[in-house]
Design a protein around this ligand. Structure first.
Ligand code: ATP
Ligand code: MG
Length: 429
């Protein structure tokens, strides 16, 4: 391998800061190896979650944060904070224990936490990183995309990185898979369906190209859309869970529909926290006082009063994941009411995804068009990201690329690994 050891950096890393999960891999210039970092105990993935403990002002990360929240500790739980980059919320910030806090001060400690884990494994400070980014943080808004990237760059810089480069997440996944390819050239499409975005790259790959320093000519097209597992969870929640809390029931003396806003808020991860203000709770109680089916709507009231929105979303997500391997699933909602269950079928779930799947198909078709090829020319499909385990995505893949071989190993870690491959190529050459 034509990798010399005259670089400024002995160690560089790749960080895939994901909406749902984060991974880190390190590249060592001395032996050119790439290693996944155990970012939480022995796990090479850490959920992108934070819990601010009220009692002692400690900050917990990943599974520890989830456990503190599920264990009903006093504090504030946050997830999916990547989705805030490039949006107005980044400026507005949020309130934690009565204190106004900026999202830089939420994402920053998380990035620093995983950087520390990488340094622990390397036994060295690490100042060079290739960070993953979606093709689009925000749909159809190039300016907001640039803003999101520069916000992330400032956060990485504040965490102590001096050399920071970005790479599209699906391109990184392509690099990771390329290591296992033979010397023949393959025209590949990478489909990366994560928690927040779906990203696609069409690229020429070959085991022979691993040493190539400039891959620009091999990349035919990139496309992305802000749809991911969070949106699939919302669709499932609205289809199978919210009716149990009164969505679709009647309201007021004139028999109008109960307003939909609280159900949509409860089904959207980024909105849940906004439901816990005193004003929101007061307004909701006023609405519920005029509800005609209080058996159902009092469940909604209970969830908001007891701040159990994230627990409900965790049940929804579990149901979604179960539906990747089963036709039917039953969620235990006894934390809301003794004996309460939600039953969902794969059919119901897939019907609820209609609009999302259509947007994904349009984005893939745009990517193929931009590459100037026919879909039949694709010989390899690389599936990465948790969402590609869904049967509807797998059958869509076979329909769109019937001739192609499908590779789907290391769904949750290939982007982080590939970012470190890119870091090795860039920093050590
Ligand atoms: N077996 C499964 N079936 C369906 N969905 C799954 C499965 N396993 C994981 N997921 C979903 O995949 C998503 C997480 O995937 P992943 O870790 O690739 O996202 P991410 O990289 O954090 O997000 P992004 O790349 O969009 O920022 C979650 O929404 C999770 O519920
Ligand atoms: Mg991802």
């Amino acid at each position: 391998m034509n990798i010399t050891n005259n670089s400024l950096h002995e160690i560089a890393c790749g960080i895939d800061f994901g909406t749902s999960n984060t991974t880190v891999a390190i590249a060592n210039s001395l032996d050119t190896s790439i290693s996944m970092v155990p970012v939480e105990d022995h796990h090479v993935t850490i959920p992108s979650t934070i819990f601010f403990q009220s009692e002692n002002s400690n900050t917990l990360f990943g599974r520890q944060a989830l456990n503190a929240y599920v264990g009903r500790e006093e504090g504030r739980f946050m997830r999916s904070f990547k989705r805030v980059l490039g949006t107005s919320l980044m400026k507005e910030g949020t309130t934690i224990s009565g204190r106004q806090i900026q999202f830089e001060d939420i994402i920053g400690p998380f990035v620093k936490h995983v950087k520390n884990k990488a340094e622990l494994l390397a036994d060295k400070d690490i100042s060079a990183v290739v960070a993953g980014r979606p093709v689009h943080f925000i749909d159809g808004n190039e300016k907001a995309d640039q803003v999101a990237e520069s916000q992330l760059k400032s956060i990485f810089s504040a965490a102590g990185f001096k050399d920071i480069r970005f790479q599209y997440e699906p391109i990184a996944a392509a690099f990771a898979h390329e290591l296992a390819l033979g010397d023949n050239e393959r025209l590949a499409v990478v489909m990366d369906i994560g928690g927040g975005t779906s990203d696609f790259t069409i690229m020429r790959l070959s085991g022979r190209y691993i040493e190539k320093t400039n891959r620009q000519d091999d990349i035919l097209a990139n496309a992305g859309v802000r749809i991911g597992g969070n949106d699939f969870d919302r669709a499932l929640s609205l289809a199978c869970f919210m009716p149990l809390l009164g969505m679709g029931s009647l309201w007021g003396a004139k028999g109008l529909d109960f307003p939909l806003t609280p159900f949509f808020d409860l089904a959207e991860l980024s909105k849940i926290q906004c439901m816990y203000t005193r004003k929101y709770k007061r307004d909701l109680n006023a609405l519920i006082s005029q509800s005609t089916n209080k058996t159902l709507t009092q469940r909604l009231q209970f969830i908001v009063e007891e701040e159990l929105g994230h627990s409900l979303m965790a049940c929804v997500e579990d149901s979604k994941i179960n539906l990747s391997s089963s036709e039917q699933t039953l969620a235990d909602l006894s934390f809301i009411e003794t004996g309460l269950h939600s039953e969902c079928s794969r059919r119901q779930f897939e019907d609820s995804l209609y609009g999302n799947v259509l947007s994904i198909i349009e984005t893939i078709n745009a990517c193929v068009l931009q590459a100037g090829i026919n879909a039949e020319a694709i010989g390899l499909v690389i599936l990465t990201g948790g969402g590609t385990a869904m049967p509807i995505i797998q059958s869509l893949t076979r329909q769109l690329f019937p001739q192609a071989e499908i590779a789907d190993g290391n769904r949750l870690s290939s982007v982080g690994f590939g970012l470190a491959c890119d870091a090795r190529r860039y920093y050590f050459n």
